[in-house]
Design a protein around this ligand. Structure first.
Ligand SMILES: C[S@@+](CC[C@H](N)C(=O)[O-])C[C@H]1O[C@@H](n2cnc3c(N)ncnc32)[C@H](O)[C@@H]1O
Length: 235
């Protein structure tokens, strides 16, 4: 069973368009301002690209989108693919495990930009021991060192104070521990009420990577701390 996507994700995303709009706008502004290589894009956990701007995708000549969810392909086509093809972009939509496929994708597309699209913070729900998942996530930066890559992922999520206004996007450097002073201040600014869930992604991006933190109003009274950042290819 896919606990991180599938029809319930699509229904939630569809119904939450207005609620999610501020977070989507922050992600879009950040993506559009980055200077990543823009020939090939490999999207992992693309789903229908509910939180991605078509304008950013259109900057790539070729897009490969991976998702294990069979609904992702037709819905991504409707939301982005049709328009991208109309603009002359090459679009390849794959149904399958984009994470298992990474070594092959990295080997075959060394010049591509790899983007983990809100998938890494979901790995804690796959039923594996949490320590193994945390170690797997911390190893990813080494696995990806030969290509340019980045990720938007949940750092933490949980309930917030009724009526709390979520803070604007915050620029920072990766590596804020949840219990650090800036981590606590950020959670406080979101009106976080204990307990919050750790998505085990603290070590995904190398410490010091420029990141944006976005507070995402996921559902009434419940918010996610999103982190987004990327790393150039190591020469
Ligand atoms: C939280 S959803 C985000 C979806 C998408 N990025 C969006 O914003 O609409 C996580 C997605 O990751 C997908 N996923 C989970 N594990 C995956 C894997 N190993 N390979 C490819 N996709 C995966 C799920 O099916 C789901 O669509």
């Amino acid at each position: 069973m896919n606990l991180t996507g599938g029809w319930h994700w699509h229904v939630r995303a569809w119904r939450s368009k207005a609620r999610w709009a501020p977070a989507c706008a922050q992600i879009a502004d950040w993506l559009m301002a980055q200077d990543m290589p823009r020939q090939q894009l490999v999207l992992v956990g693309a789903s229908a690209g509910w939180m991605l701007p078509t304008a950013w995708l259109a900057q790539f000549e070729e897009v490969h989108a991976w998702d294990i969810d069979p609904w992702a392909k037709p819905l991504f086509h409707v939301r982005h693919g049709r328009q991208l093809k109309g603009l002359g972009r090459r679009v390849h939509l794959h149904t399958g495990d984009g994470l298992a496929r990474l070594p092959e994708s990295v080997r075959s597309m060394p010049g591509a930009f790899f983007w983990f699209d809100n998938v890494l913070g979901q790995l804690r729900f796959t039923g594996r021991p949490l320590q193994d998942t945390a170690q797997r996530l911390a190893r990813l930066q080494h696995q990806m060192a030969g290509v340019a890559w980045g990720s938007v992922h949940d750092r933490m999520s949980g309930p917030h104070r009724a009526g709390a206004t979520l803070p604007p996007a915050r620029q920072a450097q990766a590596g804020w521990a949840m219990e650090s002073a800036p981590g606590q201040a950020w959670l406080h600014s979101m009106g976080a009420l204990s307990p919050w869930l750790d998505h085990l992604t603290e070590q995904v991006l190398p410490p010091g990577t420029p990141v944006q933190y976005t507070a995402w109003s996921f559902k009434p009274g419940y918010a996610h701390w999103l982190e987004m950042g990327w790393c150039p290819k190591k020469t």
